[in-house]
Ligand binder design. Structure first.
Ligand code: ZN
Length: 312
């Protein structure tokens, strides 16, 4: 068998031809073009190029989008950066290629990949959060993705941890979502605010050079800068507040944290674990909070798994 998994991100499209056991046979990356059907055209183009190099016939294609999507109909709800709001993504993709196409939210597909092959493998119920610019998520209940009545679940990044907190991003009308307290965006905001309030700090020096963001802030924290460490730890504590709510509600076997910002590792996960253990109801505290294992491949491998399980 051969399936192709595609992960459409805000800045790049990553796609892979997957062989037995979802091993990556070949992969390609390209910049995400601006808006709407040009994204669909680009996806069709990378899929075609991978299919031409495949030894075995391709049977199905899976595509993850940074958007809320009704997985049953393939219609995009709100897309953060890709200008695909309201598009019938599955239909448009199937018009451009000869294979059946499955589409889903990128957080759901990362959860699927971690459950089938990664840190949640072998568990029945799992909560997965992907921390990047925002916070995505996926819920595995009884071994399957929980998508909800309108196919829009599970937007775990929008659980409120601070009722009067900062306004949320994109089309979220809420305040104090965990995404506003522990994401690449919120970390950059907090690092910059500290830099402006604390002249003479290493963070202020980075800001003066115009290169302070969550990545350079993390580099500084890893070098042991106490101010940067404290800001990551604070974000980790807010993450722990959210995790306590998730374990109280879903009583998962495991909680998995992935995404680019999770590169902070124990700097973030340590305080998150401590706060979660302090706040969760005793019976639900047993779920370990662990780092994801699939790395940057989670989205495209998850998309391939979705295609294989739903269509192949
Ligand atoms: Zn929100």
């Amino acid at each position: 068998m051969g399936v192709i998994g595609v992960d459409v991100g805000g800045t790049k499209i990553a796609a892979a031809l997957l062989g037995p056991d979802y091993a990556i046979v070949q992969s390609v990356r390209m910049p995400t073009p601006d808006g709407g059907t040009s994204v669909v055209d680009a996806v069709a183009q990378v899929v075609q190029s991978l299919a031409e190099g495949a030894a075995d016939p391709v049977t199905a294609v899976g595509v993850g989008l940074p958007a809320t999507i009704d997985a049953a109909t393939g219609i995009v709800g709100a897309s953060n950066h890709t200008g695909m709001d309201g598009l019938h993504a599955r239909e448009l993709l199937e018009e451009r290629m000869p294979w059946p196409v499955a589409v889903d939210n990128d957080g759901n597909l990362a959860a699927l990949a971690e459950h089938r092959l990664g840190a949640a493998r072998g568990h029945r119920d799992a909560v997965l959060l992907t921390i990047g610019t925002g916070i995505g998520g996926g819920l595995i209940v009884g071994g399957q993705l929980l998508r909800g009545g309108h196919g829009q679940g599970a937007e775990l990044g929008h659980v409120v941890v601070k009722g009067d907190g900062p306004p949320c991003q994109g089309n979220c009308p809420n305040h104090g979502c965990v995404e506003t307290m522990c994401s690449g965006t919120s970390l950059a905001r907090d690092l910059r605010a500290f830099a402006h309030a604390t002249p003479g700090s290493a963070l202020a020096a980075l800001e003066a050079e115009g290169c302070l963001d969550s990545r350079t802030g993390l580099d500084l924290a890893r070098e042991g800068d106490a101010d940067a460490v404290a800001i990551f730890q604070e974000a980790g504590r807010w993450l722990g507040v959210a995790v306590a709510s998730f374990t109280n509600i879903f009583d998962p076997d495991v909680v998995v944290i992935g995404g680019g910002v999770s590169a902070a590792g124990e700097l973030l996960l340590g305080p998150a674990r401590h706060e979660y253990q302090r706040r969760a109801l005793p019976p639900t505290r047993r779920a370990p909070l662990v780092a994801a294992q699939m790395g940057n491949d989670a989205g495209m491998v998850g998309a391939g798994i979705l295609a294989a399980e739903a269509l192949a």
